[in-house]
Design a protein around this ligand. Structure first.
Ligand SMILES: *[C@@H]1O[C@H](CO)[C@@H](O)[C@H](O)[C@H]1NC(C)=O
Ligand SMILES: *[C@@H]1O[C@H](CO)[C@@H](O)[C@H](O)[C@H]1NC(C)=O
Ligand SMILES: *[C@@H]1O[C@H](CO)[C@@H](O)[C@H](O)[C@H]1NC(C)=O
Ligand SMILES: *[C@@H]1O[C@H](CO)[C@@H](O)[C@H](O)[C@H]1NC(C)=O
Ligand SMILES: *[C@@H]1O[C@H](CO)[C@@H](O)[C@H](O)[C@H]1NC(C)=O
Length: 459
């Protein structure tokens, strides 16, 4: 893999992205160049502010409808799909954990799910202090052995971190469904010549809060995957707490859609061999996002995180996030494989960045990128993304695959596909952030910010 670290090259690449964007916009969507003019029409009557105005505190558009457009019992658009639950799922108070809060892991329900771990060798790794590298230097020093992604980008062969085919982008949105997910769905449906499909890593609390939005995502052909109930750092939780986070989210999705995802994404990418083994034992393949070794980046690893969440947090401006995205596309173009990028549909700002700018730039990029949901780009047939329609007897794993655990490291896998684990072993240290996936009532919190270290920050 080539590392282009020449500033002039980088600037010219970013210019190419911007010019391509202008050109495309002028012809197809009556767009204006980033940073100029008034609102940009992206689909139907949906407009987004010019890039320069996408910033914390910007005026907001009216909240679009969140009701399901499909009727109960409708058939989802993939082979072998069970019909939507009929009657439709309805919220019953008292049946669910408190939204966006850590879950009581001592309940009979969680004890029942704990049985799924029987027969699996769950590595005896002590929970980290808080999922950050700075606050747990002992765990950080042991990151390679425990396969901890947070501190150095360590992954295992069982993780999905990219798409096998070069120039293929596995598109994903985390932390929804949320108020402006409808705008994202309308935009994705409007792209020409075909609708664009993505993977939605959904938060259980929000699934319960907006079941209609989840149904709309799923019925439009997008992939649905598990992203925990309350968005914690999973490495910092006890094993029953991790089981509770995954189990309740799985139950929420199954209740609303009638299907059980066979994949999950750890919030902040915070996974180690214990979290992996628990997820696999519960029938979920971990999915992260691409991270490439890059000596120039703080911590040594450049993660394909658009930092859209930092704009929503008031830490950077829309233009900064769009420039980061330019770096992602630049690095992606040099990879021998495809790639997965982190974006969010939790906030209006992050949706506007995607539908107004980043997706548009990716679609008009030359040479062309192929945009696909992550399961599809990873060659997993859509029906196998759900337990009820899965036909693959060996997916997800029925027993612990060789090389998963900390003691048997044959599963080490580099995110770059070049056989090298991310260089320094400390990427992301001291810079743990949060996308604020803690609900609107609480507001958005971003901790441990080091503005100079954005390249190493992960969500
Ligand atoms: C964090 O990264 C810095 C610079 O990359 C390094 O000097 C330091 O030792 C790292 N700390 C840990 C705990 O890995
Ligand atoms: C790759 O990403 C780094 C940020 O870590 C950036 O400095 C560099 O310009 C990117 N490379 C390309 C070719 O865009
Ligand atoms: C079934 O899953 C396994 C494990 O992920 C994979 O290697 C294999 O290619 C899959 N088979 C089919 C037919 O998709
Ligand atoms: C995997 O990582 C561990 C810890 O860094 C190392 O000791 C082991 O040799 C690696 N195994 C392979 C197959 O690369
Ligand atoms: C480390 O711990 C301190 C004290 O609890 C906390 O304020 C800080 O946010 C933590 N840092 C990170 C990166 O999580």
């Amino acid at each position: 893999m080539k590392h282009l670290q020449n500033t002039a090259v980088v600037l010219s690449l970013l210019t190419v992205v911007a010019v391509a964007h202008d050109h495309h916009g002028a012809h197809h969507h009556k767009r204006q160049g980033p940073g100029n003019g008034g609102p940009v029409v992206v689909a139907g009557t949906i407009t987004v502010p010019p890039l320069a105005s996408i910033t914390f505190g910007m005026p907001t558009a009216p909240i679009p409808p969140s009701t399901a457009t499909a009727t109960p019992g409708a058939i989802p658009p993939f082979k072998g799909a069970p019909p939507l639950p009929n009657p439709a799922w309805a919220f019953t108070p008292g049946e669910w954990p408190e939204m966006d809060k850590p879950i009581d892991a001592t309940t009979p329900q969680v004890q029942e799910w704990m049985k799924e771990l029987e027969g699996w060798d769950i590595p005896d790794i002590k929970p980290t202090v808080d999922g950050s590298c700075v606050n747990d230097t002992a765990a950080a020093a042991d990151a390679a052995a425990r396969g901890w992604w947070t501190c150095g980008g360590y992954t295992r062969a069982t993780d999905i971190v990219d798409c096998p085919d070069k120039m293929t982008w596995g598109v994903s949105f985390d932390d929804g469904p949320a108020e402006y997910s409808t705008h994202l769905l309308e935009y994705l449906a409007s792209t020409k010549p075909n609708p664009t499909l993505a993977t939605f890593f959904v938060v259980g609390s929000r699934v319960i809060g907006s079941p209609g939005l989840l149904i709309n995502e799923y019925m439009a052909g997008h992939e649905i995957s598990i992203h925990t109930w309350s968005h914690p750092h999973l490495t910092a939780l006890t094993t029953p707490q991790i089981v509770a986070e995954l189990g309740w989210t799985r139950k929420a999705i199954q209740s609303v859609l009638g299907v059980t995802p066979t994949t999950m994404r750890p919030p902040y990418g915070d996974i180690d061999d214990r979290v992996r083994a628990i997820a696999l034992a519960m029938g979920m393949i971990p999915v992260i996002w691409t991270r490439v070794p890059n000596a120039a980046a703080p911590g040594g690893g450049f993660s394909f995180d658009t930092f859209d969440w930092m704009v929503a947090g008031g830490l950077v401006k829309g233009q900064d996030s769009f420039a980061t995205f330019g770096s992602i596309l630049g690095n992606a173009s040099t990879l021998d494989t495809g790639f997965c990028v982190l974006q969010h549909d939790l906030y209006e700002i992050t949706v506007d960045l995607a539908i107004g700018y980043t997706l548009e730039a990716a679609m008009s990029h030359q040479p062309a990128f192929k945009l696909e949901p992550i399961g599809q780009c990873a060659k997993i047939p859509t029906n196998n993304m759900y337990r009820e329609s899965n036909t693959n007897q060996t997916f997800p794993y029925k027993s612990p695959p060789a090389g998963l655990s900390a003691s048997g490291n044959s599963g080490n896998k580099s995110t770059s596909g070049n056989g090298k684990v991310a260089q320094s072993g400390n990427g992301g240290n001291g810079t743990t952030g949060t996308s604020g996936a803690i609900g609107r009532s609480v507001g958005l919190v971003v901790v441990g910010m080091a503005v100079g270290a954005v390249g190493a920050m992960t969500i």
